[in-house]
Design a protein around this ligand. Structure first.
Ligand code: PLP
Length: 486
């Protein structure tokens, strides 16, 4: 517990949590983990004697979930920074981290220690009816940082990105008199509840779902178009588009959902002015500005991407998740809802909340942010490696078109901060898919993003990764791509 309590007034719970036995036990666990973890130092193939049992586990996992796993991945429960050990004894570079969850990598003593402490409570989960202080401590840490650059005042914790998005949507609907429509960008992704699957701009993710949510799609910033015309023309075009929706459906929009860097959509970025002009129109028309930071949180030049883009004054609702372990909806006083709108059995587990607080503290105190911060240094190191790979193998990297009709190509290496992408084989879906699998077999775990072109995506554990790891990671990438090219 983080409440300041004098030892005379300490509860039994606090005495237990801070007892020398518990402190010693946590230290013992973390030290034992660190001793094993230190022995994981490089990529290696699976162990022959574990192959059969591993295949059996894979088959059981596939049978339980009704379809096989995308990668034959089952963790052993141990790793070392950016390296992870699987249950067959193989070791791989983890450059996707559960799609952006393990920013502090595998077997990090601080994060594991916090999570073990979080597991010491009388119950596993905290809830909205009965809770320890852990979710509120996590909320306070987020709100203290948010207060520096926005009017965000309150925070509601929930267990996944999709759920905190559902909560944000409810806040927008309630505040705006149940205006039924939402605005979202082309290629956005928001999670996989029935409603979020409808808003997310991916037909494949909503096959068989009835469409009951009214969504108006806005163009995202198109770099190729801006280069051909001008950034101003691109922004004007988007503003005209927005205004035409507002004119078509006056007072019918509850919110505009912004991903300041599109995640699943392809790590697409846009200049500040693009967002500012759209947000100003929202403000003038009483439409909530909702910033979905589930993927961007922690990964750009500031902890909140809205700070990186300096648009904090406009945001009404912000959702975060993934690397924060516990997820949250942050909102201004104006959006504080009536009773009954937001609740759920669970807010999160003690482990997730404690680890989340540890992570927020580490993010803010670890030298990660700013122009010369660790995240910027890693992004530069990534670009150097990726660009050198493109230069060595121009035949693997033909031009990538934003869409088949587009007259100008997009960059072959892209992203921002801890969101990194490169685009082999023209961004063709089948080839990129093969690259992922070949790289996996060569010892580096990656994923894709984009809906065409398709890109190779990295969300690496920059919290613990070393700059000197990058050449080693790219050696494995090069081996994988060579297999696909050959
Ligand atoms: C921008 C964004 N919003 C929401 C979500 C949904 O988060 P979760 O998978 O935790 O429900 C994601 C997940 O990738 C995301 O990238």
């Amino acid at each position: 517990m983080s409440q300041a309590t004098t030892s005379a007034a300490a509860t039994h719970g606090e005495r237990f949590a801070h007892s020398t036995e518990v402190e010693g036990a946590v230290e013992t666990i973390v030290n034992a983990m660190a001793a094993q973890s230190a022995q994981i130092t490089d990529v290696r193939a699976g162990r022959e004697e574990l192959r059969e049992s591993y295949e059996d586990l894979m088959a059981r996992a596939g049978a339980a979930r009704g379809r096989g796993l995308m990668y034959p991945y089952l963790g052993s429960g141990l790793g070392n920074g950016a390296l992870v050990e699987l249950a067959d004894g193989s070791v791989k570079w983890d450059m996707i981290c559960g799609i952006g969850v393990h920013f502090f990598g595998h077997s990090d003593p601080g994060v594991v220690g916090a999570s073990v402490r979080g597991a010491m409570s009388d119950t596993i989960m905290h809830g909205n009816l009965q809770s320890g202080f852990e979710p509120y401590e996590f909320s306070e840490l987020l709100l203290a940082e948010a207060a520096k650059g926005s009017k965000l005042k309150h925070c509601f914790v929930a267990a996944s990105g999709a759920l905190v998005n559902e909560n944000a949507l409810k806040l927008a609907f309630q505040k705006h008199g149940a205006a039924p429509r939402v605005l979202a960008f082309k290629d956005c992704f928001m999670g996989r509840t029935v409603t979020m699957s409808q808003i997310g701009d991916s037909a494949g993710n909503r096959v068989g779902l009835p469409l009951s949510t009214l969504v108006d799609y806005m163009p995202f910033y198109d770099e190729a178009y801006a280069a051909r015309t001008s950034p101003k023309r691109m922004i004007d075009m988007a503003c005209e588009h927005l205004q035409s929706y507002i004119d078509r459906y006056p007072k019918q929009h509850a919110c505009f959902i912004f991903e300041l860097v599109q995640g699943e959509g392809g790590f697409n970025t846009a200049p500040r002015e693009f967002f500012v002009e759209l947000m100003k129109i929202c403000k003038a028309n009483d439409i909530a500005v909702w910033d979905d930071e589930v993927q961007t949180f922690g990964r750009t030049a500031s902890m909140f991407a809205y700070d990186t883009l300096d648009v904090g004054e406009y945001v009404d609702l912000v959702t975060i998740g993934k690397m924060s372990q516990a997820c949250a909806t942050l909102f201004t006083e104006e959006y504080n809802p009536g009773p009954g709108l937001l609740s759920a059995t669970f807010t999160g587990s003690g482990s997730a909340c404690k680890a989340g607080s540890e992570i927020v503290r580490r993010l803010l105190g670890g030298g990660y942010y700013g122009e010369g911060g660790l995240i910027a240094q890693h992004h530069k190191a990534f670009r150097e490696q990726a660009e050198a790979l493109v230069a060595r193998h121009p035949d693997w990297f033909p031009d990538v078109k934003a869409h088949p009709m587009s007259p100008s190509p997009v960059g072959k290496v892209g992203g921002i901060g801890g969101m990194m992408r490169f685009s082999p084989f023209g961004g063709a879906k089948d080839k990129v898919g093969k690259c992922l699998r070949a790289c996996y077999d060569e010892g580096v775990i990656l994923f894709s993003c984009g809906h065409g072109p398709y890109h190779v995506r990295m969300l690496p554990p920059l919290g613990v990764m070393k700059l000197e790891d990058w050449p080693r990671v790219f050696q494995a990438v090069e081996r994988g791509l060579a297999k696909v090219a050959g």
